[in-house]
Design a protein around this ligand. Structure first.
Ligand SMILES: Nc1nc2c(ncn2[C@@H]2O[C@H](COP(=O)(O)OP(=O)(O)OP(=O)(O)O)[C@@H](O)[C@H]2O)c(=O)[nH]1
Ligand SMILES: [Mg+2]
Length: 461
């Protein structure tokens, strides 16, 4: 059960809800039993305590006889608010000074400064939404691309929670049948058909595996698809990075071996973030520093989701492309081969090469020729289309841990059935699986877990 943190749940909390710095307007939010009374005490205008929910009121905030600001106050009465408590939002002019003075004033009238995520935590504890949905609120706030926005929105609206709850309910049904058997232990009856239980658990395991698998996509969406740019020295990897980022991020020079360390940055292509990673050119290292750089290149290539392997179109391509493909195939990571510096080639020769190597994308990082084609191919190769069609994607490491633990507990159940263990032991393993599923949506929580989750929120949310 959820403990309601009795010591401070009754407090009325206050925080600035808008970002730091100067803005056209700023909002201070209050939540708690006395939110409306406290706001009313410093407000010159209508008597806020006598107004109905979901109304807005113009007036002044007066501090020690002088007007601090002219404001608009919005009222949301419990339970029809974000936190399900009385909530007041005061919109002021967006001066950090006004906002801070207002918060101080509200504190001197009995409110307490909110801790990070405390509004959302209260919303969760008051049953406004479950834990996975509360976590999605933080993801939604930090969403910076169409894909992260969609993933967070889906989770916040309960798509993921619904799935988990459905799996949980099926298990609960069986757990209760098995527990019923225990009451009739003397009579040796079997209410829960073991064959059915096995197929149910296999179904659930299948669903959970799919969710676990979706994390690679979810993680890519959240942190950007790691895309390594690799190739021999001087092929133009750093130039390509700069072109993609539209910024002179990496040093470019005609000296082979210019890039020694790994350089990375994120760009969005059609709503998907890609984390491009420029690496040291692959050759025999000339010194120990280059050797370290090369080691890093190799490591990065192994953990990449996609590799763009760059060759120089003005060099003889035959041997290199053949060898490159062979090596890349071994890595088992999707890759694209791009031939750079086409601006240096005669049109006819370029045409011939394109015919000869249909799978290679011919680009010029310097003139940006064909860079759009390269981006389109990248989008295709990462297969994020499934997600765009609305599949549930797990983006949260905590959820993956719980899903993995559920999977293990279900393995134990299956093993137990196979070995014909007694109903009470079976029930124990099923309860364990239920426990881990419940951690995701917050049916099972501890204060530590909640503290950990909500402390990552910003103050005011
Ligand atoms: N003409 C032309 N020159 C290019 C192009 N791309 C890169 N270069 C030049 O090729 C040289 C090497 O470019 P870099 O981007 O430093 O190559 P790199 O692959 O990062 O090289 P290392 O870091 O040494 O491995 C520079 O002189 C660039 O100006 C291109 O598309 N066309
Ligand atoms: Mg470089």
């Amino acid at each position: 059960m959820i403990s309601k943190l009795a010591e401070d749940f009754d407090d009325t909390i206050v925080a600035i809800a808008t970002p730091q710095g100067i803005g056209a307007i700023g909002v201070v939010r209050l939540s708690g039993e006395n939110a409306i009374e406290i706001a009313n005490n410093i407000f010159k205008g209508k008597d806020l305590t006598r107004q109905s929910s979901h109304t807005i009121h113009y007036g002044q905030i007066v501090k020690e006889g002088t007007v601090l600001d002219e404001v608009v106050v919005s009222l949301f009465k419990a339970p029809r608010s974000y936190t399900k408590e009385n909530v007041v939002e005061i919109s002021t002019h967006g001066s950090p000074f006004i906002l801070q003075e207002l918060v101080k004033l509200l504190i001197s009238h009995g409110a307490r400064l909110a801790r990070p995520g405390e509004f959302t935590k209260r919303a969760f504890l008051n049953g406004r939404f479950d834990l996975a949905q509360a976590e999605a609120v933080a993801d939604l706030i930090s969403a910076d691309s169409r894909a992260t926005h969609m993933a967070a929105m889906n989770q916040m609206r309960g798509g993921f929670s619904k799935k988990i709850k459905h799996l949980r309910n099926e298990l609960i049904h069986f757990a209760s049948l098995i527990e019923l058997e225990l009451d009739f232990a003397e009579e040796d009856v079997e209410f829960a058909n073991r064959g059915e239980l096995v197929s149910l658990i296999q179904n659930i395991q299948h669903e959970i595996s799919r969710l676990i698998d979706s994390f690679s996509v979810g993680n890519a969406i959240k942190n950007g698809v790691p895309t390594v740019i690799a190739g021999k020295p001087n092929t133009g990897k750093s130039t390509l990075l700069n072109t993609l980022l539209e910024e002179e991020k990496a040093i470019v020079s005609d000296i082979p071996g210019t890039t020694r360390d790994v350089i990375e940055d994120v760009i969005h292509i059609e709503g998907i973030s890609f984390r491009f990673i420029d690496t040291a050119g692959i050759r025999e290292a000339k010194d120990s520093i280059e050797a370290i750089g090369l080691q890093k290149t190799k490591e990065k290539m192994k953990t990449a989701s996609v590799i763009i392997y760059l060759v120089d179109a003005t060099d003889a391509l035959d041997k290199e492309i053949g060898e490159t493909k062979e090596k890349l195939d071994k890595l088992n990571i999707p890759y694209l081969i791009a031939a750079n510096k086409t601006d240096k080639l005669d049109k006819n020769i370029l045409g011939q090469l394109q015919e000869q190597y249909p799978e290679v994308i011919f680009i010029s990082a310097a003139t940006e020729a064909n860079i759009d084609t390269l981006k389109k191919k990248l989008l295709k190769i990462v297969h994020l289309d499934d997600f765009i069609t609305g599949d549930t994607i797990v983006t949260n490491l905590r959820h993956i841990e719980s899903l993995t633990n559920t999977q293990q507990a279900l393995d134990d159940v299956l093993k137990g059935i196979g070995e014909g263990i007694s109903g009470d032991l079976l029930a124990l393993d099923i309860r364990q699986a239920l426990h881990h599923l419940g951690e995701i949506t917050g049916e099972i929580t501890t204060d530590d877990l909640l503290g950990n989750i909500f402390s990552k929120f910003c103050i005011g949310k």
